[in-house]
Design a protein around this ligand. Structure first.
Ligand code: PEP
Length: 259
């Protein structure tokens, strides 16, 4: 795993979209537009595309990863995919605990904790998604939920192995929604996440961990999120599906950094 500096990481999450041909076409057009090394662009592609897109991304700033994996090393788990398979295919990171996995496939924190351990043991960077539901937010439990998710998902993992963890704060009510959180709402929770991480791990490592915001990010609101002191990057669903909208999120940052 190459070390990352806490900086701006924009991750596209394609979910169950794009055929092999569509994905390669997108990636071939994306790569020449990634000119600013200050912005790291990650793309979580479908399993079927990992191998060829990682080959395409060799020697470029683009980092290819997966959207999920199983915690077991191998075995009779029909339809699942193992960390070693992802690693060999070229995945450098894996999204774990996405709210869609938690909701549709009933994944719990204990399962996600085992997946994180497996990913780390295979040198695949975990992107741990956490976030509260609308009901939890409205009952004033956001902080408690976030704290519990971080503590359970990161339980019994040595702190020094977690420096390269990425945490994605994705309020469940903001994912795939019409309106996401405001930058101020997100900043408040990101700061609280960092406090919690410094309690679970230590202050030094908590300062290094990239905390991304995800939930209805687009080119109009991306800059405002990234201005917040504890928002180190973005996890982008729908707006990463069109080359133009993804580039519009990435390139304002490039322009800023070049001035
Ligand atoms: C996501 O898939 O993690 C996500 C945040 O989706 P969207 O940007 O479409 O809300």
């Amino acid at each position: 795993m190459n070390p990352i500096k806490r900086g701006r990481i924009i991750t596209g999450n394609w979910k169950m979209n794009k055929t092999h041909a569509q994905a390669l076409d997108f990636i071939k057009n994306l790569i020449p537009q990634l000119t600013n090394e200050a912005v790291q662009v990650f793309l979580a592609v479908p399993f079927t595309v990992i191998y060829s897109s990682s080959k395409e991304a060799v020697g470029t700033p683009l980092v290819i990863g997966a959207q999920n994996m199983n915690d077991a090393s191998e075995g009779a788990f029909t339809g699942e995919i193992a960390a070693l398979m992802l690693k060999e295919a070229g995945a450098q990171f894996v999204i774990l605990g996405h709210s869609e996995r938690r909701y549709y496939f009933h994944e719990d924190d204990a399962f996600i904790n085992r997946k994180i351990k497996r990913a780390l043991s295979m040198q695949i960077r975990p992107v741990l998604c956490i976030g509260e539901t609308l009901e939890e937010r409205e009952s004033g439990r956001t902080q408690e939920i976030i704290d519990n998710q971080l503590r359970s998902c990161l339980a019994d993992i040595p702190a020094d192995t977690l420096k390269n963890l990425i945490v994605a704060y994705e309020p469940v009510w903001a994912v795939g929604a019409l309106e996401g959180a405001t930058p101020e709402q997100a900043q408040e929770i990101h700061a609280a996440c960092r406090v919690c991480l410094s309690e679970i791990l230590n202050a030094e490592i908590a300062q290094q961990i990239v905390i991304q915001y995800g939930g209805t990010v687009n080119s109009d609101n991306a800059g405002a999120f990234l201005e917040q002191p504890d928002i180190d990057g973005l996890l982008v669903g729908r707006a990463s599906l069109s080359l133009q909208s993804f580039i519009e999120i990435i390139n304002p940052l490039n322009n800023e950094d070049e001035t």
